[in-house]
Structure formats: C-alpha cells, structure tokens
Design a protein around this ligand. Structure first.
Ligand code: ZN
Length: 143
C-alpha cells in the first residue's frame, strides 16, 4: 500500500526546554491541523524513554535513560489514530562516548534543546487501526 502526497507546508520549530518531546510534537500537529506528514528532530534530551516491541508478546517494553543524550537522529511520520493526528517516531540517542541507543519514541523523553522539521502533506491522511497479525496500530489498507 502506497500513499501519494504533495507537500503542503514545511515548518521549523524550536521545541521548549523541559517539554516532553512526543507531547510537544503531537501538540504542534494538532495546532497546525497536520493529519499527514513527516517529522525529523535533532537536539539533545535530559532523559529518554524509548520502546522495544516484543514481537511474541505483542507489547512495548520501555527502556529508560536517566541521563543527558544527543538526539543523533529522530524521524517519523504523522497520520490519524482514533481521529486525531498521531506522530510515530523512532529516535537514535548518543552519549559522551559516541555510543548510541535507540527505539520507538515514547512519552517521558524530556527535551534539553530540540529543533524539529515538520512537513505537512496535502490530501487524505492514512488512518491507523489495530493490525491483528502484529498487534500494532498500522495504516488501514482497505483490503
Ligand atoms: Zn515505532
């Protein structure tokens, strides 16, 4: 299934110090009415909480990093879940040795400083619904 979009708008956002990274991105999507789009973020966090999806148990296991880390990369997409814009992001974090950690971005990742690039797309947004095979809220294919 391929969704085809033209880019509608492009935003550069400075995210607030001590804000929750995922919450702040979802807030911008809601405020700007972005139902379909893409996101990338760079910056640094005070602490982080990411998920690893346990495929056999079909649930996320949270990993918490209680230290300052660089956002080496954070990228994702925006679509609709339960009628609201929903940002799905994965994050790569690096420490002072350059070692990297990462996973599915979860609430509880606290911003030190972060710059986001958000693109909104023109057209009907993909809609997430629970996929029985994976247990994940995936894009509805209409099949
Ligand atoms: Zn994910």
């Amino acid at each position: 299934m391929i969704f085809n979009f033209a880019i509608k708008n492009s935003f550069l956002c400075r995210l607030p110090h001590s804000g929750d990274l995922l919450d702040e991105l979802n807030k911008i999507c809601l405020e700007k009415g972005i139902a379909a789009g893409s996101i990338s973020v760079i910056g640094a966090v005070k602490s982080a909480r990411v998920g690893f999806y346990n495929q056999s148990e079909k649930k996320y296991e949270a990993i918490v990093f209680d230290k300052s880390l660089e956002i080496a990369s954070c990228t994702g997409n925006i679509s609709l879940k339960e009628g609201k814009p929903f940002a799905h992001l994965h994050i790569t974090l690096s420490d002072r040795d350059g070692s990297v950690y990462g996973g599915h971005l979860m609430p509880g990742t606290i911003i030190f400083a972060a710059e986001a690039h958000i693109q909104s797309f023109e057209g009907e947004a993909p809609v997430r619904e629970r996929d029985e095979g994976t247990g994940l809220p995936l894009w509805k294919t209409g099949e």
